[in-house]
Write a protein that binds this ligand. Structure first.
Ligand SMILES: [Zn+2]
Ligand SMILES: [Zn+2]
Length: 257
């Protein structure tokens, strides 16, 4: 199993996961044109996608979902709430092969086992995903405001983890956002701070972790250096490789062995 990102942050997100002959895209926050270019940079063509999985209806996750799915001719998976929320938007899933996912209920797409995990975030029915392939587990976990026992459980014992480190609370407090947006981002249904991400890693079992990629970093309210410092302090063994996903480049393929 291997995974890569086409870009990560509030301007657009998309993560590729490949296992055997199955290739899925988690979210597509880029336009069709942009997605083609970013896929090509990872050696992938649109027609190779087996499916697109959507986490929630925010623009940075859904912008290209409808057009990309229609062009690729692949199904789109999301919760019922997410599909309803985009019904009247340009990102509408109309004329796609939409499939409902039920949080907590695992299902298969080709060779991948997929578990949708309900998360606390300010969207209609947001869920993140955990993937299984041949005894290996990869977690994608961004866009949540709180760590709950449910989330810690679901993302324990991952072999690889793409984890939100959205902001440094001090930079957020002193930064350029209006007060209402600061409250939203830092709130219980907003985004994970570096410290919250570190707390999750302390609570979860990370013994198997090979790869950790810090993701969805705010360009205004965080730096890779701050995020890395906080996360490294939370991991005692230091055996895992830690990377940082960027808005422009995402991150290149990583292999889960
Ligand atoms: Zn987001
Ligand atoms: Zn969001």
């Amino acid at each position: 199993m291997r995974f890569a990102s086409l870009g990560s942050g509030s301007k657009g997100n998309a993560t590729l996961i490949e296992a055997g002959d199955t290739l899925v895209l988690v979210d597509c926050g880029f336009t069709l044109k942009e997605t083609r270019v970013r896929l090509a940079a990872r050696g992938i063509e649109l027609g190779q996608l087996s499916a697109i999985l959507v986490t929630h209806e925010h623009g940075d996750h859904i912008r290209g979902v409808g057009p990309v799915a229609r062009q690729a001719g692949c199904p789109v998976y999301s919760s019922f709430g997410t599909a309803c929320a985009v019904e009247d938007k340009p990102a509408s899933l109309r004329n796609t092969q939409w499939q409902e996912v039920r949080p907590g209920r695992a299902f298969r797409i080709g060779e991948l086992e997929v578990l949708p995990v309900l998360v606390p975030h300010d969207a209609r029915e947001p869920c993140q995903y955990r993937f299984g392939w041949q005894q290996r587990t990869l977690g994608v976990l961004t866009d949540l405001g709180s760590i709950t026992p449910h989330v810690v459980d679901a993302y324990s014992e991952c072999d690889a983890l793409v984890l939100e480190c959205n902001h440094d609370p001090r930079m957020l407090a002193n930064g350029p956002y209006p007060a209402s947006l600061k409250r939203r981002v830092g709130g219980m249904l907003g985004h994970l701070s570096n410290a919250q991400a570190a707390a999750l890693l302390r609570q979860a079992n990370t013994d198997r972790l090979q790869h950790l990629v810090l993701s969805h970093l705010s360009e205004q309210n965080n730096t890779a250096t701050l995020a890395l410092a906080e996360i490294q302090a939370a991991l005692d063994t230091g055996h895992e490789r830690i990377g940082v996903a960027s808005q422009n480049q995402g991150f290149d393929w990583l292999q889960v062995i």
